[in-house]
Design a protein around this ligand. Sequence first.
Ligand SMILES: *[C@@H]1O[C@H](CO)[C@@H](O)[C@H](O)[C@H]1NC(C)=O
Ligand SMILES: *[C@@H]1O[C@H](CO)[C@@H](O)[C@H](O)[C@H]1NC(C)=O
Length: 540
Amino acid sequence: MTTTPAANKRYRKEEKHAFKDCVKQVAILLFLALRIVIDWFIDFVFGFFYKNDDTKKLPGVKENFLLKSASSLAQLIREKQISSEKVVVAYIERIKEVNPSLNAVVDDRYDEAIKEAKDVDKFLAETDLTTEEIKKTKPFLGVPFTSKESTSAKGLAFTFGLVSRKSYIASADAAVVERLKDSGAILIAVTNIPELNLWCETRNNIYGQTQNPYDLTKTVGGSSGGEAAIISACGSPLGIGTDIGGSTRMPAYFCGVFGHKPTTGLITTKGLTFRKGNEGETMVSAGTITRFAEDITPFLKLLLDDNLSLPKLDQKVNLQDVKVAYCLNPQDLRVSPVSNEVIAAILKAVDHLSTISKYHVDKISLDGFRYSLSLWRHEMSKEPGNFAFDLSNQKGDISLKSELPKLIFGKCEFTIPALMRLIDLNVLPPTNKSWAEDKKKQLVQEIQELLGDNGVLLFPSCPTEAPYHYASFLRPYNFAYWAIFNVLKLPVTQVPLGLTKKGLPIGLQVVSNHYNDHLCIAIAEELQRVFGGWTPPFTD
Ligand SMILES: *[C@@H]1O[C@H](CO)[C@@H](O)[C@H](O)[C@H]1NC(C)=O
Ligand SMILES: *[C@@H]1O[C@H](CO)[C@@H](O)[C@H](O)[C@H]1NC(C)=O
């Protein structure tokens, strides 16, 4: 056989290319192995630090009805089998019992809430309406709920964890809070958040840090960390979350409850921190945090209000017709490798769903997922608002130059994550815009094709269980697998799937195409039915 010089050259080029590819693959593998060792070492060192710390378990609930779903409590109240007052009082007592350990609730309206509950009972005693009629107009009549401190709730603290807002009290309800109140639900308290909601732990210089109900030495995630913690601990049945980079789903995952981030753009943002609701396109969406999958749909319907008809929430889902795909390792190199326990949890769900779906369950990996963090970072640069301005309570721009010296002398009033955000915005180079837009376009196209109108994607939430407090500073990018779905504006349900060897919650994300929230929720309900859903963070 003879070869032309051109073919020879091509061959050598291909060979060189293959060699380069091989070196790259080996380098990536070495890097991942190193990551695993470093991740293990971080936990080892932090383990020493926290060893003698408080790891006591939360006490069990005194009233069994605290273990019921919000929907079933609403039904019992409507049928006058239990009074709203009894339910509200029991939840308040539960908060008082667990909050010294968790530091989740930061302001409350207990007296008003009990008065409102008495009014509900009085109304029910006198009304001629049938329970069905009440269910239609006031689906959560008499049921307590909680919300983030950073979401405006009339008469309650509204600081977002900014020291400069220390005495701020909200003068009006955010639209989402108003909608829950209109449904008959009773606001009992607001909960802790990271400063300005932008960190993967819940800690600020006004209220301090929130602890994980499964292990007080571990984080609850952020930013809806107070919500997820108090809901998991049975201090509230319904919590309004908000999510720009995983803020509803991350704490739900770390605290073992359900979190749903709906298709983006359907729920007004009026009253979420500084937002007026007229800022234009954003990745932020309010969402639901609940212990039970069956509460997601009725809760979400309230948040959607005028846009109720856009997602197909009333469409019945036949699981046989749902096409399931799964991804085990999205391979963003800035994120820790996905742990074996997380992979096993996803495979458990895959195995079960493959016995139901009439389609083959496919394992997929899309190139764009490798850039989850960069794509989110680029998308954040398009968000309305100015972080440095907001940090000053909108009085001027906070500058890194003046804050860093203050930090050294212990005079800086901001948290480290806020300063890290300033560094990211002002010092680090921006993500290449045309590259990011291209990658995003490609990913959007691929994922829409994959999901179609009847598909769901099972996706890792986080590479690990909840880390120790402060350990996230050494792994600040591990939120990227939540954040990529803010970029894509897709609906996602965070589903709990039991506990790890160390007794911490684990779970996965169920993603579907725009407006197909009902598919995510149907899968969440099925996984709850089979694998048990929320596992209480207490035993007796
Ligand atoms: C409905 O969605 C649109 C955008 O899709 C949004 O501008 C509007 O605020 C939403 N309406 C309500 C009542 O939330
Ligand atoms: C940005 O990305 C584009 C397309 O990937 C590339 O052509 C361009 O050189 C990049 N620009 C910079 C400044 O790196």
